[in-house]
Ligand binder design. Structure first.
Ligand SMILES: Nc1nc2c(ncn2[C@@H]2O[C@H](COP(=O)(O)OP(=O)(O)O)[C@@H](O)[C@H]2O)c(=O)[nH]1
Ligand SMILES: [Mg+2]
Length: 248
């Protein structure tokens, strides 16, 4: 599965992101342009109904290192991320949300933490910055995820994760979850493969325009149960700093 041809792929899943995407593309483009790494930016449109695809195509026409993928219908964040990951060609692959709630500059922190042998270095968001209506279910969900599927990781859901390219592609190849629960499945598969994950505190700020809907909670729950059924609860191969390791 190692067919890397660039140093870094950045994969961004997008669903109805015409408002938030232009600033993100500009910031990522500028950051990568200033870096010594060779790179590609893979934007995956998950069946957007607004002007997102037009915007993405226009950006790709101006910049050949921007590659685009599109699903004709909306399939969910997990599906979009998986398509992008499997199409990526980076020795490293960064997954980032379209809102850059974690600024692209934090990539350096994840790169520094991704040691040899690691499967991924994942962002961990500061607690207490979200709206209480998101914070509380997120905490309960996090506890449930640690009990049922992946022990030892404080924040499975941060939309800013850096993978070793070959290992990331290998686990996404086996992944099936199409919705928001995909992060949990991926972390579970990394643990089963024995590839440690470094959890790294990153900057994070609330961005308006989240695509998450309260009705998504039952679906995540169903996905978590499904992951537990298919994979059990592997022991973590984690190397999170003790300060971050949640009671598992
Ligand atoms: N909600 C949603 N987001 C999707 C989907 N497919 C891809 N995405 C992207 O997944 C990311 C989710 O980020 P965001 O909406 O800010 O969620 P939040 O930060 O968890 O509130 C964004 O880049 C979305 O464009 C989908 O089907 N639904
Ligand atoms: Mg967000």
């Amino acid at each position: 599965m190692n067919r890397a041809t660039v140093d870094l792929s950045v994969v961004i899943p997008v669903y109805n992101e015409e408002a938030r995407l232009p600033a993100t593309l500009a910031a990522v483009r500028a950051h990568l342009g200033a870096s010594p790494l060779s790179w590609e930016l893979v934007v995956v449109d998950d069946g957007s109904a607004d002007g997102t695809w037009r915007l993405v195509r226009a950006a790709a026409r101006r910049e050949p290192r921007i590659r685009t993928l599109r699903s004709p219908v909306n399939r969910g964040k997990g599906h979009a991320v998986r398509s992008g990951m499997l199409a990526s060609r980076g020795r490293l692959v960064l997954l980032s949300d379209a809102d850059l709630a974690t600024p692209i500059e934090e990539l350096d922190r994840l790169r520094a933490a991704l040691g040899p042998g690691h499967g991924a270095a994942i962002g961990s968001r500061p607690r207490g910055r979200r709206h209480p209506l998101r914070e509380l279910p997120a905490r309960l969900g996090g506890a449930l995820i640690r009990v049922l599927v992946v022990p030892g990781i404080a924040d499975t859901q941060c939309g800013f994760k850096l993978f070793d390219g070959a290992r990331g592609r290998a686990v996404f190849q086996d992944a099936v979850i199409d919705g928001w629960g995909f992060d949990v499945e991926i972390l579970c598969l990394l643990a089963k493969a024995g590839w440690p994950v470094a959890e790294v505190p990153v900057e994070w700020s609330h961005r308006p325009g989240s695509k998450f809907r309260p009705l998504d909670y039952p679906r995540i729950l169903a996905e978590i149960v499904r992951i537990r059924r298919s994979h059990g609860r592997p022991r973590p191969a984690a190397t999170a700093p003790a300060s971050l390791r949640a009671a598992a």
